[in-house]
Design a protein around this ligand. Structure first.
Ligand code: MN
Ligand code: MN
Length: 353
């Protein structure tokens, strides 16, 4: 397992006790309160009066749901005052947010997607909150933009809440992945899924096939070989899954294995990939690796990518290691011109263009 900058036990409990700038447990507690507050709003559905579009666009030009805006406000309100954080980055904010000077500034940076999958919220499809915790280079000081541009290997902690039939919290601090389920009567998360491991042998893949005409040859080859099933080089049949909610896809893969692809494609020449490095791909990759899986751009490990911008998008392929390794190999063979099999299966593919 490649190393990441996980916290020492001393840091987990806070070297100077509760409320100190290094009080990592206090920060986690604040995040769990925030996600419980978001879960309450999400679970109310139409009764909460918060469904529908906000009528505004975020910095990436995407329509904001009212629950996107609300979830963002809850995350900031619950985590900014405790003295843990120096600043934050959110999908819903154009640039970084320094903790206001009226609060004490701590030694961590929080990067988050307040409501992942929110475009499906009106259809009652599971959503979630994804977050990543980094150390700030200058504790106590106002952070600079460059402070947030740390590769995923520098994460102290990554997690996501899943607002599904049950509300769950999935967490890693670099020593495996634990899953917690919200007990609504107790108002707390209970450890229900200790040390989650991604099953190694799998026959499920998840990709948005409506983009097939924009894919690169290695991805076409992989999917074509899955589709041809027992008669092809994989010698077994596959199932396809596509929820279009990253948190839901991730938890399914943590539970049942499989592979997820939102690869580079030619649909939008301005950006390679769809998902955002800092607050989607990086935390999910840390969790997936800690659960024994792999996460790749197709050409390299996601956690090694040096971010160049807060809202940077990258190709994202993750899941069971054997499948991710295979897809990386297809990318290498495509470059070296040694992908002999592919033309055969492309011709036999249902998805031939
Ligand atoms: Mn998202
Ligand atoms: Mn979102």
């Amino acid at each position: 397992m490649p190393s990441v900058a996980a916290p020492a036990l001393e840091e987990l409990v806070g070297p100077d006790g509760p409320g100190s700038p290094g009080d990592f447990a206090g920060l986690l507690q604040a995040i769990t309160i925030a996600v419980q507050a978001i879960a309450l709003q999400v679970n109310k559905g139409a009764l909460g009066g918060s469904l529908g579009a906000a009528g505004t666009l975020n910095v990436q030009g995407e329509a904001q749901a009212r629950l996107d805006v609300l979830s963002n406000e809850i995350m900031i309100a619950e985590t900014q005052w405790g003295g843990y954080l120096a600043g934050m980055v959110s999908e819903e904010l154009a640039t970084f947010y320094p903790v206001p000077t009226r609060f004490r500034r701590g030694q961590y940076l929080l990067v988050f997607d307040p409501l992942d999958g929110s475009s499906n919220i009106d259809a009652n499809i599971p959503t979630g909150t994804i977050f990543s915790i980094l150390r700030t280079p200058n504790p106590g000081a106002e952070p600079a933009l460059a402070d947030f541009l740390q590769p995923g290997t520098e994460q102290v902690c990554a997690g996501f809440a899943l607002y599904g039939p049950a509300t769950m919290l999935i967490l890693t601090t670099g020593s495996g992945v634990d899953g917690y389920t919200l007990d609504r009567e107790l108002g707390t998360f209970i450890l229900t899924h200790p040390q989650i491991r991604i099953p190694e042998h799998t026959s499920e893949f998840a990709i948005n096939t409506s983009n097939e005409r924009f894919w690169e040859p290695p991805v076409r080859r992989y999917v074509a070989e899955c589709l041809v099933g027992r008669a092809g080089p994989r010698e077994r049949d596959f199932n396809m899954r596509w929820v279009a909610s990253l948190v839901a896809e991730t938890f399914r893969i943590l539970t049942r294995g499989g592979v997820f692809l939102y690869p580079a494609d030619s649909k939008d020449a301005r950006s390679a990939g769809r998902l955002r490095l800092l607050y989607e791909c990086s935390p999910i990759s840390f969790i997936v690796e800690q659960a024994g899986g792999s996460a790749s751009t197709g050409r390299g490990r996601v956690l090694d990518v040096q971010p160049g911008a807060l809202h940077q998008r990258i190709p994202f392929i993750f899941g069971s290691s054997a499948e991710v390794d295979r897809i990386e190999r297809y990318h290498r063979e495509d470059l070296s011109g040694s992908a002999e099999d592919f033309s055969l299966f492309n011709n036999r593919s249902l998805f031939r263009v």
